[in-house]
Design a protein around this ligand. Sequence first.
Ligand code: FA5
Length: 341
Amino acid sequence: MLEQIEKLEQQALADLHAVQDEDALQRWKVSHLGRSSSLMKTFDQLGSLSKEERPAIGRRANQAKQALEAAFNQQSDRLRQQTLERSLQSERLDVTLPGRPQVRGRLHPITRTLRQINRVFGDMGFQVFRSPEVETDEYNFELLNIPAHHPARDMWDTFHTSTPGVLLRTHTSPGQIHVMRKYAPEPIRVILPGMCYRYEQVSARKDTQFNQVEGLAIGKNITMSDLKGTLTDFTRRMFGEQVRTRFRASHFPFTEPSAEMDIECFLCQGAGCGVCSGSGWLEILGCGMVHPVVMTNGGYDPTKFMGYAFGLGPERITMLLHQIEDIRYLWGNDIRFLEQF
Ligand code: FA5
């Protein structure tokens, strides 16, 4: 019996030596140390041995079991170490390689201009009011004193939707009616920023989609001087004290009198060039005193209240601020252009 245990032990150790992976190791454990292994069966047989034989055989079987367990643990550690070394070798990292640079996003130049405009008017006490981009004919034209078939409608080439009377707003002026109807008869001082859409021939200064910032002030003693003073102050805060501006008489059905404000062309300094169509000036906004019909439509008594309104173009202002020659760069989505800001 002792010889048999000796043989089992030697055989098991020889088998263990040949084991090269974790699966084979587990199989070895089952066949040499598992319940139905030959070595474990010798323990079951102890009871049938004589009293004299039993202690020596039992001791030897235990020794063999402990030896195999120790060898198993050793082999298991060795295999784990080998696997680790192999993966360290194959997944080697070169920590001295330079990292990949993070691409950092930034605000679109128009967003930056819009924020600057909001801040300047905010400092003057204007609040921001949001109004819809999809409008009705009534708000975009009728209530602004532009009835159907009025020739002034030609100034706003319109994208109509398939629903009759519903269109993409051509300017932010319909927001005037929304804000007046909400607050009448309280005094108002608001700006209304947002996208506008026109079915236009695209050019260096005109796009089919652009922003406007509408301004509206209504109160008891508001005059044209307030309008001119506010807008002159606005241009100085945006462009600096040295900026040269001018007001030109104009016509809008929803203001009377009406004007447009120009800024000296950045490219030719007033001499006349392709960007300013030879005039030396670039138009940035339309403005005027709110027409009595519009006042009434908004819910104000035009004999008691007066107001001014303006609608400026942030794209044109951005072009002037950064000397951009073509408006199409702004919405062309070319990263080489956008990265410059
Ligand atoms: C208007 O849209 C009037 N609603 C402005 C107004 C408001 C007048 C309140 C009186 C009282 P106009 O079409 O001129 O006016 O546009 C105003 C500004 O929007 C222009 O000065 C220009 O800066 C900008 N703008 C107009 N059309 C385009 C376009 N196609 N692309 C880029 N900017 C434009």
